[in-house]
Design a protein. Structure first.
Length: 617
């Protein structure tokens, strides 16, 4: 018999690479199909598929399943699994079922659906889901890395390094009606991608950070709707991120990778079956003389609106004064598809108060310690400069307290272009703050002139916690805001001072508790890879991963996080792949610790940090 219409299958696509999930929600019986993220650019040769049964009948249990994967939607509609037909499999497994069909190829489209047999009967086929294969091989990238491997006269390589954003553009022709167009991009440290003046996607601070000597992540986008018949233009802004490090003065401690650079490939398939490819090469034009004069994660962003270039990513822009893009050395790391979501603006909050401290100086209170940036509206004369200084607490005299920031300036500057209301928020930095000191704002700033945009990795909130005790509830609220504020493509220790490092010890047990609140499986699966990449040939593991700091201090409490996060992913998400993938590396580290520090009584006495943080007095 068939199951009732209330049965819903939620189908989830997860990939083999470290078990990071990409989600698609599929409903039976012609219910709404919603793609929760864009499953393009998969570089796993054996993706894993998952589904969840929701039924109005109590005690519904899966007894068997059948999966069809086809190379076209039409074949799948005809129940033709030309890539894989699992047949009826007697199994209750519905999580991370490995694809076991024909060998998948770069750029291949895969359409799939599933049906199940339960103790209550047989389901219909789910609505189809889709994923697209990315680039499986190095030679799939046809372009060359471009950039400018030098600082410009207005830049500074001093203690507080100031490096302006780089802008690149190229015009091209779409010759025929388009069937599909996909863009693949690696822009390091950070990038924003534009076609015909429109930013692609709502993600920010992309891509996810890595140790670029080990691996570099690429993103893929369907840009079919963004292209037009005839002439088109593509533009990319490159920020510094973790590629051009915030502090250049301690090469023995801080790992830096060079100047920002770009590799991009646009592949267009026309309706008649022919194809065109646009790739990065020295025919692109570039400049660093744009409005983003500096972007430094510790110190802030400087933006001069007088330097804006209207239409710079549109057809017809005059780029005659721009430079020819240089060919530059590629990063040393391997190219990998990014399987964890990028960051985005996840919430907007409004300030609760503003106080004048002295002529021209105001303190804005967001009412909540948050991580992200301030979006501002301002009206003034060309050349007026607004300075925004960010802090978490105030001193007794009402001034912002910044001693805890150490040498991080955490300050944005905005220079007005004049001529009307201007709206601005930074692109390539973030701040941890509740209070903002505003200097130089034309006229009197009002609450409605400002919004706080909360930024962290895109992930669902899966749990809440509430008790009858107000203090416990507040502790939970503080933890909730702190946890998500420190999700930055990696779990960092703090979002405000001159550190912001992914310390291993901070998440050894914390990752487990966090997983009850956030769907953080893909983030932590990526982080297990980061930890593995930090391992040296002799087996030792870094204190931070990605290994942006050269700290290898040898202790159990910090490095043990490697095993504990992998264990969390198995216990909470049923994902055994991180353990399988990293098992030999984990054994190598344990043997390293045993050989160097274990006593005859099987006790490891070596530790570097312990209770390093003195309690408050």
């Amino acid at each position: 018999m068939k199951m009732k219409n209330s049965l819903i299958l939620i189908v989830l696509l997860a990939v083999l690479l470290a078990g990071q999930p990409i989600w698609a929600q599929i409903s039976l019986n012609n219910l709404k199909c919603e793609m929760l993220t864009n499953p393009l650019g998969i570089d796993a040769k054996h993706p894993r598929l998952s589904w969840q049964i929701e039924s109005s009948q109590r005690g519904t249990l899966q007894k068997a399943y059948q999966i069809l994967v086809a190379s076209s939607k039409e074949k799948l509609d005809n129940n033709e699994g030309d890539l894989w037909d699992s047949g009826k499999m007697d199994s209750d497994k519905s999580l991370l079922v490995g694809y076991n069909g024909k060998q998948l190829q770069s750029r291949e489209d895969c359409f799939w659906k599933v049906k199940v047999w339960t103790n209550k009967g047989e389901s219909d086929w789910s609505e189809p889901a889709h994923w697209g294969m990315g680039f499986l091989y190095y030679k799939d990238w046809w372009g060359r890395w471009i950039g400018f491997d030098y600082a410009f006269p207005w830049d500074s390589n001093t203690f507080h390094s100031r490096l302006s954003a780089r802008y690149f553009r190229k015009e091209f022709e779409v010759k025929k009606p388009i069937k599909e167009a996909r863009a693949y991009i690696m822009g390091v440290g950070l990038y924003e991608l534009y076609f015909n003046g429109e930013k692609i996607g709502d993600k920010v601070l992309a891509p996810t950070p890595t140790d670029y000597t080990k691996n570099v992540k690429y993103n893929a986008f369907d840009v079919t709707k963004e292209l037009q018949s005839g002439e088109n233009a593509v533009g990319v802004i490159l920020g510094n991120g973790r590629y051009y490090e915030m502090r250049q003065y301690k090469p023995y401690k801080v790992k830096t990778f060079g100047y920002p650079k770009l590799l991009m490939q646009l592949e267009i398939e026309y309706e008649d079956g022919s194809k065109d490819v646009l790739k990065t090469d020295d025919s692109w034009k570039g400049t660093a003389d744009g409005p983003i004069r500096s972007n430094n994660e510790y110190d802030g962003e400087d933006y001069d609106a007088r330097k804006e270039m209207p239409g710079w990513s549109k057809v017809g822009f005059d780029d005659s004064k721009w430079l020819q893009a240089d060919y530059v050395q590629q990063p040393r790391g391997e190219y990998e598809a990014q399987m964890n979501p990028n960051m985005k603006v996840m919430q907007t909050i409004h300030p609760i108060g503003i106080k004048k401290l002295s002529p021209g100086k105001y303190i804005l209170d967001m009412g909540q310690n948050m991580v992200g940036w301030l979006k501002m509206k301002v009206n003034g004369a060309a050349g007026d400069t607004v300075q925004l200084r960010f802090a978490e607490i105030l001193k007794d005299d009402g001034e912002i307290f910044t001693a805890n920031l150490r040498d991080a300036e955490q300050t944005d500057h905005y220079v007005l272009k004049g001529g009307g209301t201007e709206t601005w928020a930074p692109r390539f930095v973030y701040h941890g703050f509740r209070y903002v000191e505003i200097n130089g704002y034309p006229g009197e700033p009002k609450l409605e002139n400002f919004e706080g945009e909360v930024v962290y990795d895109e992930m669902a909130k899966v749990g809440t916690f509430e008790t009858s005790n107000a203090l416990i509830n507040q502790i939970y609220k503080n933890a909730y805001w702190g946890i998500r504020g420190n999700y930055k493509g990696m779990p960092v220790d703090c979002p405000q001072r001159n550190e912001r490092q992914p310390w291993l010890g901070d998440r050894s047990t914390g990752c487990y508790g966090e997983s009850f609140v956030f769907n953080n499986g893909s983030l932590y699966a990526k982080w297990v890879d980061d930890i593995g990449y930090s391992q040296k040939e002799d087996g030792c593991i870094g204190d931070v991963a990605p290994a942006f700091w050269r700290y290898y201090s040898d202790n159990m409490t910090w490095r043990g996080t490697y095993l504990m996060v992998a264990d969390m992913l198995y216990r909470q998400y049923g994902d055994v792949k991180p353990i399988e993938k990293h098992y030999q590396s984990m054994k190598k580290w344990l043997q390293y610790m045993k050989d160097r520090y274990m006593t005859d009584d099987f006790i490891v006495t070596k530790d570097s940090y312990g209770d390093w943080c003195a309690p408050p007095v």
